[in-house]
Design a binder for this molecule. Structure first.
Ligand code: FAD
Length: 302
């Protein structure tokens, strides 16, 4: 039986692991990856202590810290949580783990377009990670679907490699920070298409283009391209707990100021919660806070 099982290996989960390992708690970190969204951030300029650092570099430093503290970790996804007599059972595809407390740091996952061809061409030109797949599109024509900060971050990243970058916004205005829009508009490689609703992705083995509806004219327009990045937002990863703890209309886990959820012994931190503002430093701070709340819960139980 673990003292605490941490679900999620992003900045919130890694920070919680550091705190509880230093308290000599018996913990397990369960996550299919390390880094979460932060691993996808090309250049981070707002994490204290670093003027500029890539997401992968920052996560590598956090992972080194948990390795030095010999935190036990398993590359698996939590599928459900069950209450048992003296704690909880966390169930994965392969097995289950018993624990006295749980810290949920499962963050957010990307939204899909849900148009024909999207699933078929994932990994064959359709991607959700510009940092990971941008370098594969050197001198190619690339479409970024979306109009928020994630889309413009992706556009800035892809521009380094591609010959031409289209940003396809379904709205008549971008929803991103003004500075990102200004930078992109100055680029000779960049073009923004507004009021464009993606209808279909097509290809032969690899992506060859997409079709979108011009919402003003109603016309279906063919846009040939070699790569498509879908950047239309993120949704909290709460499917596995939605029947166990209280979540709000945005699918976020509701927590109090200590990070406690509606079930005693289950805590949550970072982007998966209703805490306002989703940022790395906030997720890390939240991870520290809930680790201390879980520790306090554990010492008062024993
Ligand atoms: C492209 C991009 C750029 C960004 N740039 C910045 C920036 O410059 N500055 C900034 O402050 N913020 C930035 N952000 C936001 C920042 O990355 C997030 O706020 C932060 O990563 C949230 O951390 P988290 O640990 O709460 O969740 P996440 O980073 O989402 O991590 C969640 C973790 O949980 C795991 N997980 C999910 N479901 C399960 C499950 N069922 N079982 C086990 N594990 C699970 C995931 O695999 C992942 O490891 C950026 C985000 C993106 C996408």
């Amino acid at each position: 039986m673990y003292d605490s099982l941490i679900i999620g290996g992003g900045p919130a989960g890694l920070t919680a692991a550091i705190y509880l390992a230093r308290k000599k708690m018996k913990i397990l970190l369960l996550s299919p990856d390390f880094g979460g969204q932060t691993a996808k951030a090309a250049g981070i300029e707002n994490y204290p202590g670093f003027e500029k650092i890539s997401g992968i570099e920052l996560i590598d430093l956090m992972v080194k810290q948990i390795e030095d503290l010999t935190v036990e970790n398993i590359s698996e996804e939590a599928k459900s949580i069950e209450k048992i007599e003296d704690g909880f059972k966390v169930v994965t595809k392969a097995q289950s783990y018993q624990t006295k407390s749980i810290i949920i740091c499962s963050g957010k996952t990307h939204r899909k377009l849900n148009v024909p061809g999207e699933d078929e061409f994932v990994g064959k030109g359709v991607s959700y990670c510009a940092t990971c797949d941008g370098p594969l599109l050197k001198d190619k024509t690339v479409v970024i679907v979306g109009g928020g900060n994630s889309a413009m971050d992706a556009a800035t990243e892809i521009e380094k490699y591609a010959q031409q970058v289209f940003v396809l916004s379904v709205l008549p205005e971008l929803q991103c920070d003004a500075i990102l829009k200004e930078r992109f508009e100055k680029s000779p490689k960049g073009k923004i298409i507004y009021n464009a609703e993606t209808q279909e992705i097509y290809g032969e083995g690899l992506v060859k283009g997409l079709k979108y509806k011009d919402q003003k004219s109603g016309q279906i327009i063919d846009l040939p391209c070699d790569g498509i990045f879908v950047e239309i937002g993120w949704t909290p990863s709460t499917d596995f707990v939605k029947d166990t703890i209280k979540i709000n209309q945005l699918q976020e886990i509701e927590v109090d100021q200590n990070g406690a959820t509606s079930v005693s012994g289950i805590f949550a931190a970072g982007d998966v919660t209703n805490t306002p503002f989703k940022q790395i430093v906030i997720a890390a701070g939240d991870g520290a806070k809930v680790a201390l709340s879980a520790w306090k819960f554990l010492i008062t139980q024993n």
